[in-house]
Design a protein around this ligand. Structure first.
Ligand code: PLP
Length: 400
């Protein structure tokens, strides 16, 4: 008698990404997809030209596992230009397959089973499964509307002897919050008091609005030696499918991250690392234009959502807007999101997928606006009809 093939207990502790399910539903219903956060406009020409050149020049084989030298050199130069912090390209940089792998490799490298990891919520949905994969116990600290601040006392009591790391994502997905210097100082003080490593996901570092300033946690006094700074190509250069990200961290932490990274993926795509090096050498105007483009898109979408009946929480960074859907009378966010994609033709992400306790996000919906003007116009046309399509008894449409 043959035995069943079994899957690990670990893999049973998290579900498939809700965001990718919304993308599938968007395709099924021919909806405008404002769920999964990737741009529908072209990447910068110099980046594409350099990738094509590298492929034509037969840059086909494994790069050095922790990143091609040209890319690491370009990376530390660019980072110093923007933050004033100098990193050693030989001992303090790991290039991975996207910020996603950076976070997974970092947690696997620095956290032991049973250690606690503090995560602000609502959080980018990967952090939950990342913590489970390395056996960590996540401790959630709530960011609260309207400005997504945290309670300093709640944060302080989350730290204890078992705390190994804190994950900080600024500018933040899904809220658009940009952590202030004062907030980061509070985090820094607690990290130093408890001997905790900060892991900062700064993938939206250049997408800022209304004069918001991005402060890299590693630049605060006492934090350079206890911070892993993560970023990548995906968002700043509109190439989410290229899978290039990087971790900057002191040598001891980098040594552990490099080992995990090597055995997980060996390395990031070699020709695209060449293109990444060219991207990082682009002038300051590139970043200014990027942020200005996103500000226009944000300002195009926000009034459309408000007119349709959403309460919006305007973002100060990144390219998402969290909304309050309680005005529509639906029992929960999942039934509303499914109704919206099928009946109105616009896909967004149910807010519950960003919370450890789904009820906390049951009246929230996240839209992203990394879309061409025409795409956002198409979404606006559809959203205009939202109110007239509302079912007579929306509260009866329960999550199915
Ligand atoms: C906060 C955050 N970190 C990381 C990622 C993924 O980055 P990458 O494409 O480099 O893996 C995303 C993508 O949406 C994100 O929102």
């Amino acid at each position: 008698m043959s035995r069943h093939a079994r899957v690990s207990q670990r893999s049973l502790r998290f579900t498939e990404s809700v965001i990718r399910e919304m993308t599938r539903l968007a395709q099924q219903h021919g909806a405008v997809n404002l769920s999964q956060g990737f741009p529908d406009f072209p990447a910068p020409e110099p980046l594409k030209a350099e990738a094509a050149r590298a492929v034509a020049a037969d840059v086909n084989q494994y790069a050095i596992t922790w990143g091609a030298k040209r890319l690491r050199d370009a990376l530390v130069a660019k980072h110093e230009r923007f933050t004033g912090l100098a990193f050693d390209p030989e001992r303090e940089v790991t290039v991975c397959c996207g910020a996603t792998e950076c976070m997974a490799s970092t947690l696997l490298a620095l956290v032991d089973p049973g250690d606690e990891v503090i995560v602000f919520e609502p959080y980018y949905e990967n952090y939950g499964p990342d913590a489970i994969l390395c056996g960590a116990v996540p401790r959630f600290v709530r960011l609260r509307e309207p400005d997504w601040g945290f309670d300093p006392i709640e944060l302080a009591v989350a730290f204890n002897d078992r705390t190994r790391a804190i994950v900080v994502n600024t500018p933040n997905n899904p809220t658009g919050k940009v952590f202030s210097r004062g907030e980061l100082e509070q985090i820094a003080t607690l990290c130093q008091k408890w001997g905790v490593v900060a892991i900062t996901d700064e993938i939206y570092e250049h997408i800022l609005y209304d004069g918001a300033e991005h402060v890299s946690l590693a630049s605060l006094p006492g934090m350079r030696e206890r911070t892993v700074t993560i970023s990548g190509l995906s968002k700043t250069w509109s190439v989410t499918g290229w899978r290039i990200g990087w971790c900057l961290a002191p040598p001891e932490l980098t040594g552990a991250i490099r080992k995990v990274h090597d055995f997980l993926t060996v390395g990031a795509p070699a020709p695209l690392q060449e293109a990444a090096a060219a991207a990082l050498a682009m002038p300051a105007e590139y970043y200014t234009a990027l942020a200005a483009g996103y500000r226009q898109r944000r300002d195009q979408l926000l009034p459309v959502l408000a007119d349709a009946g959403f309460r919006t929480f305007p973002p100060r960074g990144a390219y998402y807007v969290m909304t309050d859907i309680s005005g529509f009378g639906f029992a929960d966010d999942v039934s509303f999101a499914r109704w919206l994609v099928a009946e109105v033709g616009v896909a967004a992400v149910p807010g519950s997928s960003f919370y450890s306790d789904p009820s906390a996000g049951s009246q929230r919906l996240r839209f992203h606006f990394a879309r061409r003007r025409e795409t956002l116009e198409a979404a606006a046309d559809r959203l205009q009809s939202l109110r007239s399509r509302l079912p007579a008894r929306p509260e009866s449409l329960l999550r199915g």
